[in-house]
Design a protein around this ligand. Sequence first.
Ligand code: 0X9
Ligand code: ZN
Length: 335
Amino acid sequence: LLPSGRTSYRHLYEYEYEIKELARRYPTLARPFILPRQSVEGRDIHGIEIAVDARHIHDGKPVFLNMGVHHAREWPSGEHAMEWAYELLTGYGKDARITSLVRATRNVVIPVVNPDGFTISREAPAKGDFSVFDYEMKRKNCQAADSPPDMRVGVCADNPAGRLRGVDLNRNYPGFWGGPGASANWRSDTFRGSAPGSEPEVRAVREFISQRQVTTLITNHTYSNLILRPPGVYDARPPLDEPTYAALGQRMADHNGYTSEPSWKLYDTTGSTEDWSFWNTGGFGFTFEIGPSSFHPPFETGVVAEYAGLPPAAGAGKGGNRAAYLEMLQATADP
Ligand code: 0X9
Ligand code: ZN
């Protein structure tokens, strides 16, 4: 069903192992890499790049970046990104459309942008009470510097502030940072951090986008079956090319059955990923909110199978995020 054949949520070590294994299986088509900055706790942030000659990174082709797990508890977001890597690698040379699109582009997948938070959420003992010690519901990264000294004691996985320690990586980008829809309080789940771009995980992504020719990106989250585009706040000027942006969002929504809309319609946010990337690089970026009703429902409920357009996907029978991502790749190849 899924390109990888997986039947359970990956752990961080499985993402890392599978990236290495794919690179071994597809030595010309795939290049594993580590972003030049580590997470707060010193973990590597892994990615895989897919192109006809994966190692020749400066061949002038546009880069489509597909990311997951800015938010720790949003496990399906990493799964969909990782399945996309399998899709391209297993489809190249077999599927005519994938082959021609891969020839025209470079594809980068960073399935877990927040490896510290993800590890805590994924490995947490089940509690399920949504208290601050319910680490499975952790959202932010592991930054401790902003909390008061008595709250800094203990490791990120077990400390007096529980899962509230950390910065919301989707409020820390330097795009409208300081505005509404983000908190200045370190305990908040939408804490923006001490300064725009203060977090190493955000710096890692920003530096990658700025140093490479990333023209399009999708940052995956869960949940609500939405395709979101800038602006994140109502009173920000809509992009000059809003009609083009909106049309691309709608073409993707036709595949996965989601609702495509400007992100402020959900609620105000500042410091989000694609607000920064659009206003700073001009590249088209979208947030996908995968799944109908929870951050990481049991795998068996099919929220990862929705990748392939299978029920209970909003657009079941259409094409799922597989088809939506291909639409984005088409736009990358042929802007
Ligand atoms: O609040 C968020 O960061 C996203 N929702 S989530 O439940 N995954 O946390 C929505 C962000 C929407 N705003 C922008 N993308 N600008
Ligand atoms: Zn999220």
